[in-house]
Design a protein around this ligand. Structure first.
Ligand code: URA
Length: 240
């Protein structure tokens, strides 16, 4: 049980003072009844709170899937650039959102945005072997020796050690497309891996985190909440 004003202020952009004012004006309803007492206790698991006609999500944490477009940075705030958190609509926005793992500015695809630090740590820690799947467009075809090299894990010229990856050719030819799965997220990792194999990444798209595919109905820049069942898939390190 938590105070009504505290719950509302922790969900979105409103300060506790703004919340108190809205409550005083009669713009907040709990279970269909206008409540003017900011200190009323709310049960997050069963009460329905409506602010200005819109139902407020009372969940402790939120998990959002974004189809990141190019040109947007994987950060919570930036002076120069639009961020992935800027793309979260008001209905899903709350304080403390951040991307769980970064994609480069020119990489597209699945970014998981949350306010749950423990969850982010869990899915990003290489120890947990949660694979992130990328589709990379390459500059030229990839030989078996190069695939083997990436699959065995490599040490880059600067001494960075990269764990083994899984590589599959999706479309062969002059400008092939390959699927690559990695379970760590070092800086420019996929680009550096292919560079070490004598190739160049022309385009990069993250299609999957753990066993959860990016929802194909999300257009670039669109996001939606991840369901409880889907959250289990994100944390799955069994490759299915
Ligand atoms: N590897 C990269 O090189 N870039 C990304 O954005 C993600 C993985």
């Amino acid at each position: 049980m938590e105070r009504l004003d505290k719950i509302l202020a922790s969900q979105g952009t409103l300060s506790r003072r703004d919340v108190k004012e809205l409550i005083r004006k009669g713009l907040v309803m709990v279970n269909g009844v206008v409540v003017k007492d900011s200190s009323q206790k709310i049960d997050e698991n069963k009460d329905v709170v409506v602010l200005n006609g819109e139902e407020i999500s009372l969940k402790k944490h939120i998990y959002i899937m974004l189809n990141k477009p190019q040109g947007v940075v994987s950060a919570s705030e930036s002076e120069q650039d639009e961020t992935v958190v800027d793309l979260v609509p008001d209905s899903l926005y709350r304080k403390g959102l951040f991307p769980a793992g970064r994609l480069d500015k020119d990489t597209t695809g699945f970014v998981l945005i949350t306010d749950d630090g423990d969850f982010a740590h869990k899915i990003l820690s290489p120890k947990n072997h949660i694979f992130k799947t990328y589709i990379a467009g390459l500059d030229h075809s990839l030989g078996t020796a190069e695939i083997e090299m990436l699959e065995n894990g490599i040490t880059l010229a600067d001494g960075t050690v990269l764990k083994e990856a899984k590589v599959e050719i999706l479309e062969d030819g002059d400008k092939p497309f390959v699927k690559i799965m990695i379970c760590e997220g070092k800086y420019h990792q996929v680009k550096r891996m292919f560079a070490a194999a004598g190739n160049k990444v022309i385009s990069l798209h993250r299609s999957k985190m753990g066993n959860l595919e990016l929802d194909s109905t999300l257009k670039p820049g669109e996001c939606r909440e991840i369901t409880k069942e889907e959250l289990i898939l994100v944390q799955s390190n069994k490759n299915v």
